[in-house]
Design a protein around this ligand. Sequence first.
Ligand code: GDP
Length: 449
Amino acid sequence: MFEALSGKLNGVFDRLRRRGALSEADVSEALREVRIALLEADVALPVVKDLVNKVRERAVGQEVLRSVSPAQQVVKIVNDCLVEALGGGEGVEHVPGLNLNAAAPVAILMVGLQGSGKTTTSGKIALRLRARDKKKVLLASLDVHRPAAQLQLETLAKQAGVASLPIIQGQGPLEIARRAMQVARGELYDVVILDTAGRLSIDEALMDEVAEVKAATRPHESLLVVDAMTGQDAVNTARIFNERVGLTGIVMTRVDGDARGGAALSMRAVTGAPIKLLGAGEKLDALEDFHPDRIAGRILGMGDIVSLVERAAETIDKAEAEKLAAKMQKGQFDLEDYAAQLRQIGKMGSLSGILGMLPGIGKMKAQLESANLDNSILKRQAAIIGSMTPKERRNPDILKASRKKRIAAGSGTTVQDVNRLLKQFDDMSAMMKRMSKLGQKGLMRGGLG
Ligand code: GDP
């Protein structure tokens, strides 16, 4: 569903990442492109404005993390803002899927326009509740307007392996709903799914009928089913249903199609109701929980950078990093510091995992893994440095054959291992000197703005 938006945003961030440093103009230009991409994806204008402003505000105030690039940090900020727009984020409780914590029988009221996928989604939910959650489920169609609707639900119930309420000709929606609840109580069903009638467009009669059924059955979940392909219309439908009936959640269907995705991003802000489930196909098992963070990740296609920045922000000790940077610039980086670096990398998780997160390195990762570049090497290196005297660590040049033998014995390694470490340390110091020269020219001071 998000291919086009995802492609556009990727383009924006690729251009951003090619810069060594970011100026305020770079960030502004990128945000302008983000704005256009969101509008083209059919995200509601007020939602776009709010999102872009939030990103700008946060980017300006951000401290620059040394271990990631400013462009990567911008990606992370955009990601966080997307997650929030989708109804997630820190401090927001988003319960994916349905909430069925109530005394049985729990009623789920399904509402929506005709053709939105309401009946199919009722079948999908029934299947999931039976197969995954081991619930005893009763499906009931309240659609007396469309002749085939009740039969359609009966067929779906059979496919899902659950019961459907026997059809009694001539009963109205309210009567059917009451009968469904009665049967459910009598026959000890856990869940009753009430599939209400849809109309081609929103009208008073539809709203009144839905509101009546809701009052009579007191459903624990009132779910609106909307077709993602209808874009802004889906958002308006949701707003009106929420105002008139009160929704506990939204199911967005046809996300397997080429909908532009904007509706998903506008839904929470415009309607206040959370998206809970996604319909991703015609088959009954094509139902997904809605996770704001995963969807944001899918939109950006840069989940790896986001987690890299998160872990860097969490684990890299800022004071230590500053000290190291200062030493690097003065050319005073020694084995003591190298050991500190190893500890930092260790804290961030496996080495190959970290490398795999860096853009462009994904392919090399397999090679690195086969070269056995893993945490056991980090540990071995830390052990070697641990067996050195402080003097040796500050002054690796004094390490001659006899000292190396002693260190190898002390750390349970070989002289070859010690030599390999020293070579790596030399390479790393050389690289750091180069990087710190670049860095002085490149990294912006004070913030991203
Ligand atoms: P209702 O009128 O709202 O009850 O809509 P239906 O459940 O009868 O669905 C209308 C059509 O949409 C059917 O052909 C379904 O197979 C199809 N449909 C429902 N959900 C999805 C979905 O998530 N993806 C796709 N591709 N088709 C769907």
